[in-house]
Design a protein around this ligand. Structure first.
Ligand SMILES: C[S@@+](CC[C@H](N)C(=O)[O-])C[C@H]1O[C@@H](n2cnc3c(N)ncnc32)[C@H](O)[C@@H]1O
Length: 329
């Protein structure tokens, strides 16, 4: 008599749950060997590796954060719930985790994001963890937002910013939880300016800075502002290194106009260019699928760096695109 798959979803080793669990276990073993090379306790384990298991699994130092993606089949809600249950069981089994250490999220559709959904709270359990990247510490929140507070795909660019920051004046635009600023300060930046629209994320950025022994002062400021507006009012040629990693779309009530990166990147980059000192570098990153950099400002040398800014633990080599724009000296 064959085992009942409803009672034990792993009874059939060729079925989705067993394959997913095996895949997670295998990749996690590889990641554990690789992670010391980047000094990280957080990494991506799984991203749509198996065709019938469209999900993402990230590891944050002892917990798994799982994003369920849309399945192509026209499913009922009950089917979706059953699948979510199977995924939870497979992640627990593959990564040897208790259920309370697995956080399952559902990516909302673009429409919700355009209404500001991506940066809103999704819960209030307050499950926080400290993770490490290149010897620096970051607070992540596994339970309350769609994103955790640390975008893993920018690990290589953060390392590069740190390596280039010594004695530089660094501007971090759309700073979110300030991870680029933490790296810039660790790299010996002379001054940093961290700009974001959200008080929540700026408070989080201050916590991340404090975790690494840094506090705001005259040279290192945190500014709550609409970047588009702030850029037009800031002093020209004041920065040697600018990181500009905007969301694909933003339309907060605190903004004068909505922002869409495909439509507005020309004026955003021109405004950044005005603030760049001679010989300075502007890093521009975009995670909008299919984005084309159509209007780089004149007078900057443009280099596509996406091949190395996407880290080795990401299967999706198009998770973001990233350019280095350099001003002549
Ligand atoms: C994609 S995240 C940026 C990620 C960040 N660069 C990082 O790597 O950690 C988007 C951030 O942009 C902020 N934001 C959105 N629109 C903004 C605006 N017009 N001005 C300033 N910040 C904005 C949000 O509050 C959020 O923190």
């Amino acid at each position: 008599m064959s085992a009942d798959p409803a009672a034990d979803p792993f009874s059939d080793p060729t079925a989705g749950p067993a394959q997913l669990a095996n895949r997670l276990a295998k990749v996690q073993k590889e990641r554990r060997r690789w992670a010391p090379s980047v000094g990280a306790t957080c990494w991506r384990i799984y991203e749509k590796d198996l065709p019938d298991q469209p999900l993402i699994v990230d590891w944050y130092d002892g917990v798994a954060v799982v994003w369920l993606l849309d399945r192509t089949r026209n499913e009922t809600e009950a089917d979706e719930e059953r699948w979510a249950g199977e995924v939870l069981a497979a992640v627990q089994r593959g990564l040897k985790l208790a259920a309370e250490h697995v956080f399952v999220k559902r990516r909302r559709r673009q429409k919700d994001r355009q209404e500001g959904g991506q940066y809103q709270r999704t819960g209030d359990a307050g499950v926080e963890r400290i993770v490490t990247e290149a010897g620096l510490r970051f607070m992540v929140n596994c339970s309350d937002y769609l994103d955790t507070g640390l975008f893993l795909d920018h690990r290589p660019l953060r390392a590069r910013v740190r390596a280039d920051a010594r004695d530089r004046r660094v501007l971090n635009l759309f700073a979110y939880t300030g991870s680029f600023t933490v790296h810039a300060r660790a790299g010996g930046a002379r001054a940093t300016t961290t700009v974001d629209l959200s008080n929540t994320y700026l408070t989080w950025a201050e916590r991340n800075l404090a975790l690494n022994g840094f506090a705001p002062d005259d040279q290192h400021t945190i500014v709550r502002a609409d970047c588009l507006r702030w850029l037009t009012e800031a002093k020209p040629a004041a920065y040697d290194l600018i990181v500009c990693d905007p969301p694909a779309f933003s339309n907060s009530t605190a903004m004068r106009d909505s922002f869409a990166v495909d439509r507005d990147h020309g004026r955003l980059l021109a405004a950044c260019r005005r603030l760049l000192a001679p010989g300075g570098t502007l890093w521009f990153s975009c995670n909008l699928r299919g984005f084309t950099l159509t209007t780089p400002p004149p007078g900057l040398v443009v280099e596509d760096c996406s091949a190395w800014t996407v880290p080795a633990d990401f299967r999706n080599r198009k998770i973001h695109q990233c350019w280095r724009l350099t001003a002549g000296s």
